[in-house]
Every structure is written in C-alpha cells, then in structure tokens.
Write a protein that binds this ligand. Structure first.
Ligand code: AMP
Ligand code: MG
Length: 410
C-alpha cells in the first residue's frame, strides 16, 4: 500500500472519536430487573456466583458409573442402583458394582468415572466394562464450570442471551443494571414528510427518523422523537429545549452544514456549546458535537448514508459509554479488497461492501455500485463497512479492515 501525506486540515477520525468519548459520562442510576427482562441491559455491578456449577459431580453420559478400582476387571459387575437426572443416589457405590446412570444425574459416592452405555456389554443385569477407561472420564466435577464466589460477569457488560443464560445457571433471577439511556431524536428539514403521506413537489420522506430511531432502539435506548422540525431557528430552539428536558442525550440529523438554511449550529450555540467538526471521513464530513442545556448533543449530517455511517462510528460508541458499557469498539476483520484504488483520497472512506469468497476461500469485499451518501440502497445491500484509509493507493487483493453490521448495529 502506498501512502501520501494530507494537508486538508480535516480532523482525523480517531481525534474526533477520542474528543467525543472523553465527554461521555456513564449513567449512574441503576435498577433491579427480572432476569427475563434483562436482554440488552448493561450490568451495574460484578456478578459473583453464589454456588458451584455444576452443584454436584454429574454424569456427562448415559451409561454406568464405576469405581476406577474396577478398571481392568473382566468379570461382569452387578448393577447396584439406578440414578436418573434429578434423583439422588440411594447409597454409595460399592467396589465391584456399577450404577446405571444418566446424563446430568449425580454420581454416587465411591464412583469417579462413567462408561458410556455403548461401550459396555450387558447380559442379565451384569455389566462387562471395556478394557480402555480413563479415570474421571465423562464426569463433570462439582464447580468445574463455575466456582462459588467467582465473578462470572463484570460490571459494564451488555447482557445478551449467553450472559443471561450464564446468570440463570448460577441461580440468579434479579439483576442490577444501569437505567436505560433516554435519547431525543430530532430530524430537521422543511422538505421532510412522514411516510404514508402523498409527496408534494420538492418533498422527500423522512428516512432518517426511521433509520436513526431504529439504530437507537437496537442499542436499547429509550427514544423520544421530535420532528421533522422545520428549518427555522425558533422551531429548532423549541424542540431542542424540550429534548434537553426529557432526555439524557440529543441526536439530530440535518442542518449542520454551513448553508443559510442550516440553523442547528446557531441554535445549539445559543443554548449551550457547539463544535462543528470537519472530519476526514467519507461519507459524513460535517459532524456537530456539543451540549444543549448541559445535555450532550450530536448533530449528524442529513444525507441518510452519512447519518448511518457517522452514527455507527461516532454516536454509537458515545451512547454505549453513556449507557455504562466498558466495551465500545466494534470489532473489525481483515478482508481482501475486490477493487483497486489508483488515486489517493484525502479522506478515509467507509465503503458499503458485500463479502464474497474467492477461489482460494478468502473473504473479499466488493463495494455496492453507488457509494453516493444519499442512497440507502448501498446500506441495505451490503454486509458492513470497509475502511479505506486516507491517502492510499492499492491493487486489488490488498488487506483492508471490515466491520460487519452485526458489530455496528447492536
Ligand atoms: P442537510 O444536512 O440538512 O443539508 O441535508 C443534506 C441532504 O440530506 C439533503 O438532501 C436533505 O434533503 C437530506 N436529508 C436531510 N434530512 C433527511 C432525512 N431526515 N431523511 C432523508 N433525507 C434527509
Ligand atoms: Mg436540511
């Protein structure tokens, strides 16, 4: 890859992100929720297991529990008891006998290994063991998965199905989580109307309202929507004031360029503080960040794809940190570019790409036909964002960094 230097004066993506994250403060209020209602919530404290998991030595197979002193014994052994899952052994296992046992059932005292039923031959209730048995085989020892007192989930973890299942396996039914973040969403633009209404000349449908509200919902925010708010300073001011009163953070789309109809900047400056950043990124160069009546404010560009990409890269980590999450970075993966870059771009581009597999079984990223910042077709017809660094040229087959939507939208 060839790199050339840049003199555009635009802010690098990392600098903008760092500045943004330094202002994100994790919500302090917590609440206790039923484990069944905990999906997507953020843990407010470490969780320690109150029990050993499994709570007893358990069989991992249907078969026979044996005493390892009987390994190598070729005389058939009597079945002294039968233990199914949920039952208790009736007695300790005497040497020279076996216990019929099933997966998940507790081993009787004296037993230390399990032989699967397919490996034994059984005649007249007498069991002949196979020659090869490893001591301890097919036994899940008490506390082997989780030791009593061990931290199983750390504060700041997002609770997905696996985390909730793990908590349940240790007997927890209530869990302390951060309060959900209340986010106000403001779309601006005189041209915007609600889907379902007939289009008048010059109007377009308010795509960002739906796009961004749903991105916020997938992050488990409580969304209050304002808009579309017209391109009018008084209307924007009224909406922003209301938003600041009811929410923890405000996200807007549109009106942050420097045209005469872009009033958001002036109004936010009036109600608080605003930095208008020109970021070295494509799509989505203008991004506003500041506060309105002491509530953090992020102003995304109006073009839907610019809104989408800047939400993924900037608003999402800001929201995650504000929610109390410790992990805010989306994972990226190396893939090969299915295209070449013959001219360097001074801005870092996040292309909407689909993944395909080449003859060698390697993942290749192919950009959607139009990378126009207004065409949402590119986002719905792709698997994720491919980062094309600023100032580089490369041949087809170069390794680049890919972020799947599964990492960015949740
Ligand atoms: P702006 O950032 O307000 O200058 O808007 C840039 C472009 O994005 C314009 O073509 C707008 O019509 C379009 N746009 C702004 N807001 C939305 C929205 N909510 N939904 C769809 N397109 C929008
Ligand atoms: Mg506008």
């Amino acid at each position: 890859m060839q790199t050339t230097s840049d003199s555009s004066g635009l802010i690098p993506v990392e600098t903008a992100l760092e500045a943004l994250l330094s202002q994100a403060i994790a919500i302090i209020e917590t609440e206790t929720v039923d484990l069944n209602k905990a999906l997507g919530r953020v843990l407010a404290q470490d969780i320690q297991s109150q029990i050993d998991v499994p709570p007893f030595n358990a069989s991992a197979m249907d078969g026979y529990a044996i005493n390892s002193a009987d390994i190598g014994c070729d005389t058939p052994l009597a079945i002294s008891q039968r233990i199914a899952a949920g039952q208790q052994p009736t007695a300790a296992l005497a040497q020279g006998s076996v216990a019929r046992i099933f997966t998940g059932a507790p081993l009787p005292e004296g037993a230390d290994s399990v032989v699967m039923q397919e490996a034994c031959s059984v005649t007249d209730d007498l069991v002949t063991l196979p020659a090869e048995i490893k001591i301890g085989q097919f036994v899940r020892l008490k506390g082997n998965h989780v030791r009593r007192g061990a931290v199983i989930l750390k504060k700041g973890t997002k609770l997905g199905p696996a985390e909730i299942g793990l908590a349940a396996s240790t007997g927890i039914n209530n869990i302390s989580v951060h309060r959900r973040l209340k986010v106000a969403l403001l779309t601006t633009g005189d041209e915007l109307i609600k889907p379902g209404l007939p289009l008048q000349p010059g109007q377009i449908y308010n795509a960002n309202q739906y796009l961004l509200a749903n991105m916020l919902t997938t992050l488990n925010c409580e969304v209050t929507s304002f808009g579309p708010v017209s391109d009018d300073a008084a209307a924007i001011k009224a909406a922003l004031k209301q938003a600041a009163q009811c929410c923890d953070a405000i996200i807007s789309s549109g009106g942050v360029s420097v045209g005469e109809e872009d009033h958001v900047k002036a109004v936010v400056e009036d109600l608080g503080k605003l930095d208008l950043w020109r970021i070295r990124i494509k799509p989505g160069k203008p991004l506003a960040f500041g506060n309105v009546l002491a509530k953090p404010f992020i102003g995304l560009p109006g073009n839907p794809v610019s809104s989408f990409v800047t939400f993924c890269l900037f608003a999402r980590p800001f929201i995650l940190k504000s929610q109390g999450l410790t992990k805010t970075t989306a994972k990226s993966f190396p893939v090969l570019a299915d295209f070449e870059q013959s001219k360097p771009d001074s801005r870092r581009e996040y292309k909407r790409v689909s993944l395909l597999t080449n003859e060698a079984g390697e993942m290749m990223a192919r950009p959607y036909g139009s990378q126009d910042s207004a065409t949402l077709m590119s986002t719905s017809n792709s698997d994720g964002l491919l980062c094309v660094p600023e100032g580089v040229t490369f041949e087809r087959g170069e390794i680049l960094s890919f972020m799947p939507y599964s990492e960015l939208l949740g």
